[in-house]
Design a protein around this ligand. Structure first.
Ligand code: FAD
Length: 278
């Protein structure tokens, strides 16, 4: 990060009482021996509680746990519409038939928009396409998420390394063919190799392209859908980091009927006056 970005980050972390420390180059080198930090004299920001999660593994683990607690899983199945009688939800029409339900939580990422529109609710949610490049790497090249500059780098769950760079997201759209990574993907490796010399012999193996569900003001949208009894929406960017806490809070709110103060600022009926640019 540049000095001003770093100073802004430190201010934000202080404001939220988020634990972090500023490491010397030598301390950072002990944590990540394969990353070149010599010459970095302004301190390296380290947030010890931060982790990364594989979205597929995390969602599979959460589903497994829910089933163990007594939930029924219908998969693979596609929801065609949320069915109502008057202004009350009665269930969902699926590729596998009708499933009756008095409460339906629409948590379908960018597809929430299309599922909620027939209920008369225009969800203020956009799609922000992004990339991740996955490269071969010697074992233990990096062991945590690192932001050495314009890009981020982290290990993957299968022993490779993933590199992402927001400045390069505009190079793709949702129709980009991810099965044959374009040559410009090598720029990611060229960016990372000077900081991480272990990557100098690496090859590009996979391009991942996805669309982030991005609320108009950048904040999660979680709560009852205005005007439709029993319909509930839960969508956000950073939905991997927030999945467990949002899932737990929403489940408690719906089953107990007690309104959660944690979700107060994220309700669908708030004013979306701010315009967020990711
Ligand atoms: C480039 C990129 C970077 C990201 N970085 C981060 C990050 O740093 N931190 C983070 O926490 N998150 C990150 N995310 C994740 C992200 O932005 C979302 O917040 C997250 O994926 C939302 O999870 P979700 O389960 O709500 O929606 P999704 O992950 O979109 O999952 C929705 C699911 O609903 C299913 N579905 C859709 N329509 C229907 C239907 N009609 N019937 C049945 N099923 C349906 C879909 O198949 C899908 O399985 C990133 C995403 C991208 C693309």
């Amino acid at each position: 990060e540049g000095r001003s970005e770093m100073a802004a980050l430190v201010r934000d972390l202080d404001e939220f009482n988020y634990p972090y420390s500023l490491l010397t180059a030598q301390e950072a080198a002990e944590l990540e021996p394969n990353v070149r930090v010599d010459g970095v004299d302004r301190g390296i920001l380290y947030a010890p509680i931060e982790r990364w999660a594989d979205g597929d593994l995390l969602s599979a683990a959460l589903v497994k746990q829910a089933v163990e607690y007594g939930a029924s899983l219908a998969s693979p199945v596609s929801v065609r519409e949320v069915v109502t009688s008057g202004s009350q939800v009665t269930g969902v029409a699926t590729s596998d038939g009708f499933l009756p339900a008095g409460n339906v939580v629409v948590a379908a990422g960018t597809a929430c928009v299309g599922l909620l529109a027939p209920l008369g609710y225009q969800l203020p949610l956009g799609r922000v396409v992004g990339i991740l490049g996955v490269v071969s790497a010697p074992a233990g090249t990096v062991s945590r998420v690192l932001y050495p500059g314009r890009y981020h780098v982290r290990p993957t769950s299968d022993g490779r390394v993933a590199i992402g760079c927001r400045d390069m997201d505009f190079m793709v759209d949702e129709d980009t063919d991810a099965s044959s990574p374009p040559s410009w993907m090598n720029q990611l490796l060229e960016m990372a190799s000077p900081d991480c010399p272990a990557l100098s012999g690496s090859q590009f193996e996979e391009l991942r392209v996805g669309a982030r569900p991005m609320p108009a003001d950048g904040m999660p949208i979680v709560g009852p859908v205005p005007g439709v009894q029993g319909a509930y929406v839960a969508t956000m960017h950073s939905g991997v980091s927030l999945a467990a806490i949002v899932g737990q809070t929403v489940a408690e709110e719906i089953t107990s009927g007690n309104v959660s103060p944690v979700l107060e600022h994220y309700r669908p009926d708030r004013r979306f006056s701010e315009s967020y640019t990711p």
